[in-house]
Design a protein around this ligand. Structure first.
Ligand SMILES: C[S@@+](CC[C@H](N)C(=O)[O-])C[C@H]1O[C@@H](n2cnc3c(N)ncnc32)[C@H](O)[C@@H]1O
Length: 266
């Protein structure tokens, strides 16, 4: 990526180098970078690919087709890491990766100008655009990027696939910048599309967010965070996934879960 900045529908994005030699973008509109400066690629691999056990699920005989949902497409590192890792294996199982992005110019930039676009070109991937989403296909891999605010467009998932989701890469901006995507209402809606043994992974350990997960019926556990981050959060709808101690701490914490349209306060 030789470009140092670009202008999307939501303002300027500035290219920032991360410690693993990869690049991320800082959004002027959200006033936040898309990845930690410790390493965009390594962070994505650790937080999401490993956090949601993509490899184990892909290799499992119980899963005939792997379905992943990501909140926040940005530079496409989510699908880039997944496809890059899974194509090393000699398994031809279908992978459907569904992402979403608020800034339509950002989607176009990533599909045409980013590291990910070079990867897609090298695969001769076929890219098409329709009313609700962009579609990218090659071999056994399919990527769909739902256009617009995922709070309003989540039901598009059911136009893309009948499969329930195995893994969720929950990667919006932080609760302070992207408050509605960390709420009870958001997770109650998302739940409809998930398998019972889904694994949702995210970098945040905010107690009010964890309470929102519990309130919407998820079971949670904590995991060491990436780089300098102390902890992150994993969640499932399967009760055996719960870490009882973490669940109790969150239940007993004297805070309210994040709910939709409240004032930014954390
Ligand atoms: C932290 S970045 C995601 C990074 C991305 N997963 C990657 O690895 O390149 C968050 C992204 O979510 C997008 N976003 C924020 N709010 C959104 C919303 N309501 N609906 C869809 N996308 C949203 C932002 O525009 C931004 O591109």
């Amino acid at each position: 990526m030789k470009i140092k900045e670009f202008i999307g529908d939501l303002g300027h994005y500035q290219v920032v180098k991360t410690e693993d030699g990869h690049e991320t973008l800082k959004s002027e509109y959200f006033d936040e970078a898309c990845h930690s400066t410790s390493g965009a690629w390594e962070e994505t691999k650790y937080n999401y690919f490993e956090g949601t056990k993509v490899l184990e699920k892909y290799c499992s005989d119980e899963i005939l087709e792997l379905t992943i949902f990501e909140v926040g497409f940005a530079l496409g590192l989510g699908p880039h890491v997944v496809f890059n890792e899974l194509e090393k294996l000699n398994i031809k199982k279908k992978v459907t990766f569904i992402s979403c992005e608020l800034d339509l110019s950002f989607i176009k930039w990533t599909l045409n100008k980013s590291h990910f676009s070079e990867y897609l070109k090298s695969k001769n991937a076929k890219i098409t655009e329709s009313k609700n989403y962009f579609e990218v296909h090659w071999k056994n891999f399919s990527l769909f990027i739902i256009k617009g605010d995922i709070e309003n467009t989540m039901d598009v998932i059911s136009l893309i696939t009948d499969n329930k989701i195995d893994c969720v890469f929950h990667d919006p901006f932080s609760p302070n910048k992207n408050p509605n995507l960390w709420t009870v209402e958001f997770f109650n809606h998302l739940k409809i599309f998930l398998k019972n043994d889904v694994i949702l992974s995210t970098y945040s350990s905010a107690v009010r967010f964890r309470k929102a997960l519990l309130k919407s019926g998820f079971y949670i556990r904590a995991r060491k965070g990436f780089g300098r981050k102390r902890t992150m959060t994993l969640a499932s709808l399967d009760s055996t996934f719960a870490d009882q101690e973490v669940m109790k701490q969150v239940e007993n914490a004297n805070v309210e879960p994040f709910i939709k349209n409240e004032m930014k306060d954390e």
